[in-house]
Design a protein around this ligand. Structure first.
Ligand SMILES: [Mg+2]
Length: 403
């Protein structure tokens, strides 16, 4: 039997929370932006009125002001967004215990077993929209489908405050004409590569030769081809499943062995970035970090340490991992493979309280980095993984093959 999966997406989340708390903002074009005093500050979210002026998420304040000189800009209040995110997810949990958050403003719900109690997927979706609107005062768009990938396409299809059903009967009509970049995990680079062989829509990808796509894009190519055809068996993970994640790691074998400290730093930055964005997506932090090094002669070393502060900030993980790697490695030997793992994982809700206990660490700087990287996640989610890269991973010539 098919599953019934909902993907619930809070519309313009940051802007909606600001407008709900300060109703005077509802009647003017407004946007939430970092660094509002600087022209190169970035738009993080905008309300519907600003959208009508063509204001776009992730563009600079300078560009926004040219389109809409009267726009009201508001600084982000991240603690508030976290608080309201939890409230919204608590509403979802009234309908199923299988609620998997994907970032701060989106969640998947598996309501297959809830239908006898609450009615079919559409009924639950509409009820959730009404409840969130009435109890919290913001709107949610919901996609209802038989897998996670199509449910997510559904929540994006009609906004704000709408329900879209993507079923086995209608998915070709709805999903096939959409650009391939709308598929989960199809980043800008993947989209460009597919475009070069004439694949622009999800339908074109669905009807393409799977082996060809796999040959071109590797493992991800096969997965995306399946996604386009409605094949996605990934379960919705409950909060308990997320708690069971013990570690989040990523390794890579370098096309050319690592010799210099700069190359090492570059590799560590890229790996830290990838594991931290996975941790943030799963709403977890790690309390320790582990580095594993395999030399060109295939001998290996590894070392781990506990952190003074649980984190999912890649700058912090990268620094710890770099110090650890330098402490353990034999500097005369070239490195062939590197793995970084965040260990002793905990749900981020259990990590916050102790911040003030650590007087030796700069908590203000930590929180600032945490906000910066959360915003980077939002922009990447919208524009693909390649949209923002940290300085030291830019223009690397090592040739990184993620495992
Ligand atoms: Mg959203």
């Amino acid at each position: 039997m098919d599953r019934t999966i909902l993907h619930c997406d809070c519309n313009a989340f940051y802007a909606s929370v600001e407008c709900m708390l300060r109703p005077e903002l509802k009647d003017v074009p407004m946007a939430v932006a970092g660094d509002i005093t600087k022209r190169h500050g970035i738009i993080l979210a905008k309300n519907e009125l600003a959208k009508a002026y063509g204001v776009k998420t992730a563009e600079t304040i300078g560009a926004t002001r040219r389109k809409c000189p009267d726009i009201v800009l508001v600084l982000p209040h991240h603690e508030l967004y976290a608080e309201y995110s939890k409230k919204v997810n608590d509403i979802y949990k009234r309908y199923t215990d299988l609620v998997e958050p994907f970032g701060i403003d989106e969640s998947w719900l598996d309501v297959t077993a809830s239908k006898n109690l609450f009615g079919d997927g559409v009924h639950i979706a509409n009820e959730i929209r009404r409840t969130v609107r009435e109890e919290i005062g913001i709107t949610v768009s919901v996609g209802v489908s038989f897998n996670k990938v199509f449910a997510k396409l559904g929540s994006d299809y009609k906004k704000p405050d709408a329900t879209t059903v993507i079923s086995r009967d209608n998915y070709k009509d709805i999903v096939y004409p959409l650009p391939v970049g709308d598929l989960l995990f199809a980043g800008r680079r993947t989209t460009e590569m597919l475009g070069k062989i004439g694949i622009k829509t999800i339908g074109e990808l669905a009807n393409s030769n799977k082996e060809l796509i796999g040959g071109m894009l590797g493992k991800m190519g096969y997965i995306l081809h399946d996604y386009a055809n409605g094949i996605d068996n990934d379960p919705v993970k409950s909060v308990e499943d997320v708690r069971e994640i013990k570690s989040v790691g990523n390794g890579m074998t370098f096309k050319t062995d690592i010799v210099t400290e700069d190359e090492l730093r570059c590799g560590i930055t890229a790996l830290s970035d990838s594991i931290c964005s996975r941790m943030r997506r799963a709403c977890v932090k790690c309390r320790g970090v582990q580095v594993y090094i395999k030399y060109a002669d295939f001998k290996s070393v590894s070392k781990q340490k506990q952190l003074s502060l649980p984190t999912n900030v890649s700058k912090e993980i990268a620094k710890e991992a770099f110090d650890l790697a330098n402490a353990v490695r034999d500097k005369r030997k070239a490195i062939r493979m590197l793995r970084i793992t965040g260990i002793n994982i905990e749900h981020q809700d259990n990590c916050g309280v102790q911040l003030s206990l650590f007087e030796d660490v700069n908590t203000e700087k930590h929180e600032k980095l945490e906000r910066l990287e959360t915003n980077i996640d939002k922009i990447r989610k919208k524009f693909g993984k390649g949209a923002i890269t940290f300085g030291s991973a830019l223009g690397n010539e090592i040739g990184i093959d993620e495992e």
